[in-house]
Design a protein around this ligand. Structure first.
Ligand SMILES: [Fe+2]
Length: 349
């Protein structure tokens, strides 16, 4: 469904207010040739309306000739900021960067954030932004969950489908995504509503069963036959099952890089307005699948890089894989049971 310009402008105003945009702050919007034009216009008008000092940077597209998909999360190579001193200077001098092109995982993003600049990523289409518009309540529940992860030593994930995964945690930060940037140096993604951390290197072990109906991103497919991953010393050692397993293995093999098989972030979804079904209703190029990443009670794990968390594993292949009906425990305390959020402080009203 289309969203009116007025609705979208108001939503951008709301999210920029949640992001504590003050009159006189320097705001730079990062755009590219495939940036959603309605989002760009609404963001631009909202910044001006709230008194921000606006710059719009348009950078050329990158990686199109080597990626297997138009989904920008599917290939995390060098971004258009690589070697662009002028753009970097503008971004580092900004109080707030609105990323409408997708810089996730780039060293340039880390450099910009390190100076205290806030960065808000928003690349989903307008109707998804509105349906999943963040709130202070989202923030409260995600931060309550983060309290359990901070300082924790173990995460365990089980499911009736056969998942039994054990990770040592604590060496990497906890990433909270609630959809706005209200602190200096904070990065967030509108829309979201989940949290994660990264297993300590070489500690993830066990079995992950991607069951029928679970989602493979960036394929944007619902798995039809269970896929079994044997995980040892932090890496997926074998992938077995039917067609979905064969497809996944062939795709990951095509990068010809062992680091592709490392277990990356692990966490759970807390966004009740995100829907497991949403991906089935969209053309694959119309969304990056944030509903799938954030839906309430999921176990979201990923493979590939951990540079986003300060690790050294830099590889362009990143699979995000949300599972339903899992039970996630942190230091033995259940966070979800069979895909339902069980802690009162994390439950949605
Ligand atoms: Fe991810």
């Amino acid at each position: 469904m289309a969203i009116s310009d007025v609705q979208l402008l108001q939503a951008w105003r709301d999210v920029l207010n949640l992001s504590k945009l003050k009159a006189g702050e320097a705001v730079t919007i990062l755009s590219s040739s495939d940036t959603n034009k309605q989002n760009l216009e609404a963001a631009r008008n909202a910044v001006i309306d709230l008194g921000g000092v606006l710059t719009v940077l348009e950078l050329p597209p990158t990686n199109g000739e080597i990626a297997l998909s138009r989904d920008k999360v599917a290939f995390l190579g060098k971004t258009a900021l690589h070697g662009n001193k002028a753009a970097m200077a503008a971004l580092k001098q900004s109080d707030l960067v609105i990323d409408l092109m997708l810089l996730l995982f780039s060293p340039e993003q880390a450099e910009i954030l390190s100076g205290g600049t806030r960065m808000l990523l928003a690349v989903e289409p307008p109707e998804v932004l509105l349906r999943l518009k963040p709130s202070t309540e989202d923030r409260r529940r995600v931060l309550a969950a983060a309290e359990h992860l901070r300082g924790a030593k173990k995460m365990t994930v089980t499911s009736k489908a056969g998942t039994e995964l054990h990770c040592d945690i604590g060496n990497f930060p906890v990433l909270t995504e609630y959809g706005f940037v209200d602190e200096p140096g904070r990065w967030d993604h509108w829309p979201s509503g989940f949290l994660c951390t990264w297993p300590n290197e070489k500690t993830a072990c066990g079995t992950i069963v991607i069951d029928r109906g679970d989602i493979l991103l960036p394929f944007k497919n619902y798995v039809q036959e269970p896929v079994r991953l044997a995980v040892k010393d932090g890496y997926v050692e074998t992938i077995s099952g039917g067609f979905d397993a064969e497809f996944l293995k062939s795709y990951m093999d095509s990068f010809n890089d062992r680091e592709v098989y490392a277990i990356s972030h692990v966490g759970w979804g807390l966004q009740p307005r995100a829907q497991w079904t949403a991906l089935g209703l969209y053309d694959k190029e119309a969304t990056i699948g944030m509903d799938a990443r954030a839906f309430y009670g999921n176990f979201l794990f990923s493979t590939g890089p951990n540079t986003e968390a300060g690790g050294k594993r830099d590889t362009p292949c990143h699979m995000d894989i949300p599972l339903r009906a899992c039970s996630v425990s942190v230091d033995g305390v259940p966070m979800t049971i069979n895909g339902d959020v069980v802690r009162e402080d994390q439950k949605a009203a």
